[in-house]
Design a binder for this molecule. Structure first.
Ligand code: 5GP
Length: 182
């Protein structure tokens, strides 16, 4: 290895392999396809930047419907690993969602503060329906209960990384989900 070159990836413990993620996403996609069969062209996936980008881009290819996509930037964490408790829109949707069937796509629901804020905010824009899809959920950390209509996996309390999830903006490009040992 050349001087100054970091080991990549660092020795994270694998929580979900590439294959496990693929299998679960295919199941979620099939479920979503079945549930939104009758909404015509009106399904909108809203990805929450930046963590859900990898999940959403893989998930949408398992949904066999004429959907559209939009993104919303939300800041609830700094570069650390603790929730600031403050939720703020850093980048808003590009189009109104009134009358649309909206499915929020999140990477992980931890305390639930971000999801709760998003639900309340998007509800005021009068979508025809509003549901939540999250790849991961940490049930032990819940501070605010929010419905998760489609869930990939529940996870323990460790800080998880990869497949969209970062540590100080790095490691989103790992094709598995790992965790940092305490
Ligand atoms: P909440 O508002 O539910 O506490 O936090 C949601 C956001 O915090 C997620 O969208 C994600 O960006 C970040 N987050 C929460 N837990 C983790 C984690 O274990 N790993 C990473 N990388 N981000 C997390």
């Amino acid at each position: 290895m050349m001087a100054g070159q970091a080991t990549f990836p660092p020795p994270f413990k694998t929580l979900f392999s590439k294959e496990q993620l693929h299998t679960r996403l295919a199941e979620l996609g099939a479920e979503i396809t079945k549930d939104y069969q009758d909404v015509g062209e009106d399904l909108v996936l809203i990805g929450v930047l930046k963590g859900s980008v990898i999940f959403m881009s893989d998930l949408c290819r398992h949904i066999n419907l004429p959907l559209s996509m939009d993104f919303m930037g939300i800041a609830s964490y700094g570069d650390g690993t603790k929730s600031s408790g403050v939720v703020q829109i850093t980048s808003d949707l590009s189009k109104p969602i009134a009358g649309k069937h909206v499915l929020i796509v999140e990477d992980i629901i931890d305390t639930g503060l971000t999801a709760h804020y998003l639900f309340d905010n998007l509800k005021t824009r009068l979508p025809a329906s509003l549901k939540m899809c999250s790849l991961l959920h940490k049930p032990d950390r819940t501070e605010v209960e929010t419905p998760i209509n489609y869930l990939g996996f529940s996870v323990p309390n460790n800080f998880v990384v990869g497949y969209g999830l970062d540590i100080a903006q790095k490691y989103r490009n790992l094709d598995f989900i790992g965790y940092v040992e305490e």
